[in-house]
Design a protein around this ligand. Sequence first.
Ligand SMILES: [Mg+2]
Length: 320
Amino acid sequence: MSKPPVPDHGCLEKHIVHYRQMVCGHSVALDERVRRGMMQRVAFSEVVRRYSWIWFDAYGVLNRGTEPVPGAGETLRQLRRAGIPFRLVSNNASHAPEEIRANLAAMGIVLDLDDIVTSGQVVGDHVRELGYDTRPYLWVGAHDSARHYAPNPHVLMVNHPGSTWREDAAEFVLFSGNQEYYGGVQERILLASGRVRSLPLLLVNADLVAPEPSGETHLVAGFTACTASEAGRHPLVGVGKPFRPVFDLAWKRCGYPPLDRVLMVGDALETDILGAAAFGVGTCLTLTGLYGPMEAILEPVCFRMGIQPDYVVGSIAWKA
Ligand SMILES: [Mg+2]
């Protein structure tokens, strides 16, 4: 099965605008908040001193595949020494927090279990709030992760060995993201089949693209869902970044500090920066991930998207 082509930014822009409209709606205040970052280039060690809590994205910020971003482990040690608490705020719903902690620890990036907030942890409550918790649905994602995150017993597994899923019984589709099937392939097949009619798509991992360990970038579940939604076939319901539910959980897990004392550090404008800015926390784009290759054109890209971080750093290394 061939993978979708490596995307350039142009093919993402329509979907980024779509996310922006979903997050900001018709609110002038939210629009301003997302658009008016100062984009100051500062050393990371300087930025963090201005905040009381740091929220980190993982991929492209702390690590790339199985490799740590140079200096990431040391930065976490420096933050502990300085008494600045932090949380991981991740769209990863393919792995349980225990696995995420173990994978990062193997790279020298040490987190407590309580430090890890994932969009997978939100999905159960969110589905309940929507009144969907007694309805059968399709779980499209890593089947192992359903053990940890599937929010109700009416889950119909897609692509699960031995599972006979019945799409005609489903009332919504939950895209959890799946690192076993790079390229959003199973999501594409499902939607292209037309068998799920116009069911709502719940985006637990809303990433549009993801870097592979090889350094290539590929399209993932959020991209597929946006394409289907923009064609008018499926309403989208956001759970992971840039949507509010995962930020609400992160805020709760920090004890509700003043939002202007929190800094979100991420490598993706369309998830980390857009969502965090709208939520009301400070934003820092790091160039060790998705937008690193666009450093030379970063300002016009941010301006065009209307998503501007407060700070831009080359890396989270303490002395970069
Ligand atoms: Mg990332």
